[in-house]
Design a protein around this ligand. Sequence first.
Ligand code: PAF
Length: 302
Amino acid sequence: MEVITERAAFREACEAARADQRVVGLVPTMGALHDGHRSLLMAARTQCGFVAMTLFVNPLQFGPGEDLRTYPRMVDADLEVAAGSGCDVVFHPSVAEMYPAGEPDVTVDPGRLGTRLEGAERPGHFRGVLTVVAKLFALAGHCRGYFGEKDAQQLALIRRMVRQLDPPVEVVACPTVRERDGLAISSRNVRLSAVERAAAPVLWRALSDAEGLVRRGEHDARRVREHMAGVVGSRPLARLGYAAVVDDETWENLDRIRGPVRLLLAARFGSTRLIDNVLAVPPGSAPPASPGSPASRGDRGE
Ligand code: PAF
């Protein structure tokens, strides 16, 4: 496995792979790799001839009060995971290499969806995410890009960017990986104290309950939202950020559920903020194409 720190060399490595008839699978990460990242790498390894992981903690996507300084950095361990997962190349640039002219003033505007839900809690976050992902797409060139469903709003925005700005990238969504008790795997989980960790699976419980309600024919989105909020609220250690029911294609908030919806939760456990989501399909609706395959789609909203 080769570790590349310069943009030009990374571009050349991807071009050389394509010249060799290999499909490039791009797995963007900020490191602190866990089983969620491993599943993205394995999907890319199965579906592509050349797997390129990027390892870059992107300062643009952190707000002033956020955890850029303390974000876990464990490069040696990450490189081991990447090698063990069959990566061909890891692109690990410095901040100066990625942004040689300093913080860019030309950025990717995520539109209105970028200001709602996670975007309301973290102003500027999705502009930072889309800007770095656009740069990585530009460097990698024609490729498949692998992203987790755990960050559903990020995934929806990346799909919109690809649809509207036409980089030669096919977005592949991979299912959320969970602990045995349902907690979605995230690099933030290690920050939970023992009691917070014990409380955190309430997010999955609330989402699974609500998914069951929708599957059995509950059409009132307010009732579904209130149910999720009630389950989360039953754990004194959990402080709800939002409980949302959005159309899985347009990401608009709903009153009536008539097709596949995305159920979303954010909550704080102590100082650690966790998010999770699940797809729910009412009776009689066709589910969207299953994630994890290059052909899967979803989120047609503009
Ligand atoms: O999901 C992440 O780890 C980051 O937001 C990403 C997509 C690598 C961009 O920095």
